[in-house]
Design a protein around this ligand. Sequence first.
Ligand SMILES: Cc1cc2nc3c(=O)[nH]c(=O)nc-3n(C[C@H](O)[C@H](O)[C@H](O)COP(=O)(O)OP(=O)(O)OC[C@H]3O[C@@H](n4cnc5c(N)ncnc54)[C@H](O)[C@@H]3O)c2cc1C
Length: 440
Amino acid sequence: MKMMRKPDPAALLEPDNSYDLVCVGAGPANLSVAALLHPYRERVSLLVLERHDAPVWHQGMLLDDAMMQSAFLKDLTTPVDCTNPFSFVAYLQDAGRLYDFVNRGNWHASRHEFCRYLGWVSSHLGSVRHGAEVVEIRWNAGQFCIALANGETLTSANICIGTGSVPFVPFDVPPCSADRCFHSSQYLVHRSAIQGDHVAVIGGGQSGVEIVIDLLQQGRASAVTFITRRDSLYPLDDSPFVNQFYTPDGAANFAGLPAPARERFLACNRLTGDGASPDSLRRLYELLYARQVGGGRPRFELRCALECVAVTRGQDALLLQTRETQIGKEDTVAVDRVILATGYKQRLPDCLAALRPAIAASIARDGVRKDYSVRWEGEARNKVFVQNFSRGQFGLGDPYLSTLAWRASQIVNSTLCEQAYPRRPAIGTHPVPECVASRT
Ligand SMILES: Cc1cc2nc3c(=O)[nH]c(=O)nc-3n(C[C@H](O)[C@H](O)[C@H](O)COP(=O)(O)OP(=O)(O)OC[C@H]3O[C@@H](n4cnc5c(N)ncnc54)[C@H](O)[C@@H]3O)c2cc1C
């Protein structure tokens, strides 16, 4: 088998530290841009900057048996170019596991394996620098000046922001030690602190369900209270027709709708991306049923239709202020620790502070262009691409892997000023406008 050789990192750096495109963040979004630009590396000088010292992906939730929610073919490159050397299949072949993976008969890789794939891509691309946190980006004399935390500076004609989303907590939490009340993104960082505690997990999506399963299996907590404001734990809808929303055509159709219809559409179809995987729900149910049969610790309580509106500090406990969504009854639940599986929100990173007011206002007013660049005063010479920031404009798939390669291909086309990755006609028609119409 032909193994892929890792490039020499020193060979990547431009002698004058000046680039055509600098990508901030080496998550899947920018790795996809780098992989799709790789065949054009003689034409475009590219650097991807990542603050972590080594490739990681949602490390705090990298639970042993966590599975990807998207099919393995929705990787960094395959949906737009199945011959690109950085596909998941190419990774499997390089790792010598292609037959074994296929023999599983499962479209979904584990999150551990996907994370390894990302690490393999970033180490073979030759354009990714780890341990390089971008702390400031300024625009000066027709170029971006990019400052790193280690004091280095470099310049670039264009930038691509792929810094991901940040933890979202929809209510106030009290100042307390980080391991007493923390977001799900920090679960594995603080898990070992849980010893005989009553733990509340707030949020009934995939992360909440995974954490509860883990807490039940670990058996370190004395009690687990699982709180969701929905009426039950709902499955993610991964069926074929709704999956059409998560395609380039789905995004294009969505983008063509008037703003109120887009909002309605997002609200109506939330569970196509936001629920918990049916497999995880089945596992949780089985675990609970097995305890009914044979008993076991920790004590467990599922509280549906219950909204947490605030967390405060009691004398010895954290107090959840709750409201029953169906009847409005308010109450207080005392626990030792709180895990906030309350999701993520999009936010332009602090390193853009100097440009942020103009960029944020432009995005809020006009959205981004079809090539994911921002309309701003310097755009004629210097483009600012933003990834994972356009759910309201391009629809449900924007934060996920499903349309990530396609989005990256639009950015690459724009950078190259040519249709390097042409749009291919879709099979069939797309149901978005009709679906919205039927719900009005
Ligand atoms: C636990 C979990 C599981 C998920 N599973 C799936 C799934 O199965 N399928 C799916 O489609 N989606 C999944 N998602 C959604 C997932 O977030 C996206 O698919 C994907 O990670 C988004 O990629 P990204 O590159 O935009 O952001 P991220 O993956 O968040 O990457 C952003 C990167 O930017 C870096 N960075 C931030 N600021 C700076 C800076 N100033 N300087 C340098 N580097 C910086 C960060 O360190 C990070 O590495 C999951 C999300 C979570 C939280």
